[in-house]
Design a protein. Sequence first.
Length: 66
Amino acid sequence: MRRPRVRFTVRRMMVVVGVLALALGLLAWAEREPAVEPAPLPRWANPDHDIYDFVLADLIENSLRI
């Protein structure tokens, strides 16, 4: 009776475990979320504040003329 060649089955198991670990690692990397949220823009970079400045300045000028 011939014994099975254990050497090749161990190699196959190592390859299968390695491929599974690589696939799970890539899947986890693809599904990751950013750890840190980007910082909000500074207040001076918001164009809405420029619009508010123009509108409020116009309202103040027109209210004084009435």
